[in-house]
Write a protein that binds this ligand. Structure first.
Ligand SMILES: Cc1cc2nc3c(=O)[nH]c(=O)nc-3n(C[C@H](O)[C@H](O)[C@H](O)COP(=O)(O)OP(=O)(O)OC[C@H]3O[C@@H](n4cnc5c(N)ncnc54)[C@H](O)[C@@H]3O)c2cc1C
Length: 453
């Protein structure tokens, strides 16, 4: 029976391992740390539930709900409160609700008349098909205007990538936006006429996708997948070396060496150059160190309800750089899901750093709490001190699919072709969201199975 090694027990590696095992393929999952989940980590403390990393899964593809069902977690799944749909973007120093309908767009105070006109003009702007790779910033200014970039897209980009819109590549970081222009000639026409195509493929647009977590936070999912793996999962065992000998891969750790027919790398891309990889055809693994992962700190604060003026009854608020605040955005965690805060309290999760202010992320925890409180005082009318705090730093958080990212994808394709049996999957290849990582884990199973045959 052919066997597979999986490096990394984040959501990608666990998803791949779970489905390979169900198909009867012997798997061994190597995890460098002492726990599973990778950047997912939820803790319950003093009646609050703090998410260190991701807060919600967006159900953009059918594989995501299927994994929850297959893992037996339907009864523990929590959909976000439908009353918490409002998203706020900061302008004029205060959070303004993002319009949720065309009528709302024309009456909102979030955009000036000039920006509203730019939206009306968008369907008539000729698509650009010169093949030159654009940044998301260039694309938005070309199709809408500078105000949309500065007051909306900059904030959205901070919310998804903690990134810089002038550097993020349109085709690599936002392939669906590029496809709307390529296929329908316009974003707005694509939104309207693309609905039928999306329905056919089972894909759901991000703004319409269900958002969910679990009763005890996102950690529930990796824990359940890990449980199903039993002793195929090896914790505290970083892989240090991969050697291709004839048709097999030898996986080496500090205390073991074992032979497999295929290896799936599900760790972060920036760690690939640290692995000693001896493939039969040499490849440039050191190039992956060029992928920029900016640092992000997540700061979960609990407040008494009466100490916060704003109702905080939505998804959260995003903050464009131009507004001059230090935090990138805040999720109203206790509005989204029950049991995230004790009765009469709020749980607010803010993010600091990213490509916008990388140095701020590594401030000492007490300074981070103060910085976040200062911004929240001004934006949400927070009065008292937090009654709960949890600070987590990801020194290398989210890969930036910046201009030129295609060379890394080409390199992965090239290595997979030359070094038969070595595969790449996860957040650095198929999209940075949790949902993307789950789909990546599902898809790699099919490719590995095919190669084993
Ligand atoms: C702060 C933050 C907030 C986020 N918020 C959201 C959100 O709300 N919604 C959303 O959809 N997405 C969000 N994301 C993105 C999403 O969480 C990630 O893209 C996804 O979880 C990545 O999973 P992964 O398995 O690909 O990688 P990881 O979670 O990075 O897992 C990789 C694993 O590989 C292990 N590893 C590394 N090297 C080795 C080695 N040599 N040997 C063995 N093991 C190794 C690591 O220890 C780690 O456990 C967020 C990310 C961050 C950082």
């Amino acid at each position: 029976m052919k066997s597979v090694a999986i490096i990394g027990a984040g959501i990608t590696g666990l998803t791949a391992a779970f489905y390979l095992k169900r198909k009867g393929v012997p798997v061994t999952v190597y995890e460098a740390g002492g726990r599973v989940g990778g950047v997912i980590q939820s803790i319950r403390k003093d009646g609050f539930l703090a998410e260190f990393g991701p807060n919600t899964i967006l159900e953009t593809s059918p594989e995501i709900a299927q994994l929850v069902r297959d893992a037996g977690l339907e009864s523990r799944r929590l959909n976000s409160d439908p009353k918490a749909e409002a998203r706020f973007v900061v302008r004029y120093g205060r959070p303004i609700e993002m319009p949720g309908s065309p009528l709302g767009f024309f009456t909102t105070k979030l955009f000036t008349a000039k920006a509203k006109l730019a939206m009306l003009r968008e369907p008539f702007i000729k698509p650009c098909r010169d093949g030159v790779e654009e940044s998301i910033a260039q694309f938005v200014v070309r199709r809408f205007n500078q105000e949309f970039l500065d007051h909306a897209i900059d904030a959205l980009v901070a919310g998804i990538y903690a990134g810089d819109p002038h550097k993020l590549s349109l085709p690599h970081a936002f392939p669906k936006l590029k496809a709307l222009e390529d296929n329908y000639g316009s974003m707005i026409k694509g939104q309207i006429f693309g609905a039928r195509d999306r329905k056919k493929s089972g894909e759901v647009a991000k703004d319409r996708a269900a958002k969910f977590s679990f009763d005890e936070g996102l950690q529930v999912l990796p824990d359940a997948l890990a449980e199903s793996l039993g002793n195929s999962l090896k914790l505290n065992l970083p892989v240090t070396k991969l050697t291709q000998i004839n048709d097999a891969w030898h996986v080496t750790t500090a205390s073991s060496e074992a032979e497999f027919d295929a290896v799936i790398y599900c760790g972060p891309a920036h760690k690939l150059p640290e692995l000693k990889i001896e493939a039969q055809s040499p490849a440039n693994f050191s190039a992956f160190s060029e992928i920029y992962y900016p640092p992000v700190a997540s700061v979960v604060l609990g407040f008494r309800r009466e100490d916060v003026e704003h109702p905080c009854s939505g998804f959260g608020m995003l903050i464009p750089k131009i507004e001059g605040f230090k935090i990138l955005g805040t999720i109203f965690s206790s509005a989204l899901f029950p049991n995230r805060a004790p009765a009469g309290h709020l749980n607010l999760t803010s993010y600091v750093g990213g490509a916008r202010y990388p140095k701020l992320a590594s401030l000492p925890p007490d300074e981070l709490v103060k910085l976040v409180c200062d911004d929240l005082r001004s934006l949400l009318g927070v009065k008292g001190d937090p009654v709960f705090q949890n600070v987590a730093l990801y020194p290398k958080a989210i890969p930036q699919y910046n201009l030129g990212y295609g060379k890394f994808k080409d390199l992965m394709n090239e290595i997979e072709t030359k070094a038969r049996g070595l595969f790449f999957a996860g957040h650095y290849r198929d999209g940075v969201s949790l949902g993307d990582s789950i789909v990546s884990g599902c898809n790699i199973v099919e490719r590995v199975e095919k190669s084993l045959k």
